[in-house]
Design a protein around this ligand. Structure first.
Ligand code: ADP
Ligand code: MG
Length: 317
């Protein structure tokens, strides 16, 4: 890229520091960062590619927000405290208005969580975004996918399925009345990472994952990592209030991009869940139970099995 373009980019990403543990931020060859004594560093990276992870015509402000949100969601799922972020950008052209809008979304969410952008890289190419987040967690306190035990309750935060509705709307595959349509788009484009809930689940949840690919699929990762199975009572799964009850259920169980947390906890700890949900700022629902037999069983109230259509939103075709 030409020097002038680098200057422009640097202008957007070099801002006054907000954290005392950033000794040196954007502008040098490396950032210099101080990890608090006795803490572990939790690190995660997500790639977002135009046409694969987001629609090419998505508003850049929403994209900036979401690129950070999906990463903070990974820290939330580990119960880690967000601290620093680095950003890799591949841009087809340097468009000042686009960059400014992207930064508005990105920095708005960063400010909400006290996260500082400490470096990155920028090159020309097809639009793609890599974000790496760094957080802190005390040794032994992280919520992994591997701790679920038979008898544990399976829980989910919030109401999964709205993002799938939002995508169906954006793709013109469904119509929704207001204010449902606005909520669905908000959840698709400005997801709220459940950082406070993840923090509140430390010492409470035995396993945790964030729901990016659909509740059933992501719960499957917990089951596999923990060497267990589960039964879900599908009527207990919270879902968007759309007229087509089956479509709502499919969206809640198979729709991606909600960034809710799915977690397990021993029944004896259930009395503490309400306080954690209050601290986390979102309701949590018990939807099933961990069992020793491997596999995921989705059961209706009458005991009959529910079969998932692939991709909840396709149901809105
Ligand atoms: P180098 O060639 O040494 O990698 P660069 O010219 O790529 O340096 O970057 C200069 C500074 O700007 C570095 O501190 C780098 O972290 C920062 N930077 C470049 N692109 C971004 C970006 N997209 N987001 C945040 N910081 C960036
Ligand atoms: Mg570089």
């Amino acid at each position: 890229m030409a020097l002038a373009e680098f200057e422009l980019i640097r202008e957007h990403f070099r801002r006054a520091g907000t954290r005392a543990d950033v000794v040196l931020g954007v502008g040098d060859d490396c950032a210099l960062l101080t990890v608090p004594a006795g803490m572990q560093l939790a690190v995660s990276l997500d790639l977002l590619v135009s046409g694969v992870h987001f629609l090419p015509d998505v508003a850049p402000e929403a994209l900036g927000w979401k690129a950070l949100a999906v990463n903070l969601s990974d820290l939330a799922a580990m119960g880690a405290e967000p601290a620093w972020v680095t950003l890799g950008l591949t841009l087809p052209a340097v468009d000042e208005g686009w960059l400014a809008a992207f930064c508005r979304g990105f920095y708005a969410l960063a400010a909400e969580h006290g996260v500082e952008l400490v470096g990155g890289d920028t090159t020309r190419g097809p639009l793609a975004i890599a974000v790496q987040v760094h957080g802190f967690v005390a040794p032994g306190a992280a919520l992994t996918r591997a701790g679920a035990r038979p008898g544990d309750l399976v829980c989910v935060s919030g109401t999964p399925g709205f993002a799938a509705l939002g995508l169906a709307l954006r793709l013109g595959r469904t119509e929704l009345p207001e204010p449902l349509a606005a909520s669905a788009l908000e959840r698709l484009e400005r997801p709220q990472p459940r950082v406070a809930l993840g923090r509140a689940l430390r010492g409470l949840a035995t396993a945790c994952i964030d729901v990016s690919d659909g509740l059933a699929q992501d719960l499957g990762h917990i089951l596999e990592a923990s060497g267990v199975g589960a039964s879900i009572e599908v009527e207990r799964v919270p879902r968007p209030p759309v007229a087509d009850a089956d479509a709502a259920l499919q969206a809640a169980l198979a729709g991606g991009d909600d960034y809710e947390l799915c977690f397990t906890l021993p029944p004896g700890r259930l009395p503490r869940l309400a306080a954690a949900a209050a601290a986390g700022g979102c309701p949590c629902s018990v939807i099933g139970r961990i069992e020793a037999a491997p596999g995921l069983r989705l059961r209706r109230a009458d005991g009959s099995p529910l079969h998932l259509a692939r991709g909840g939103y396709e149901h809105f075709g």
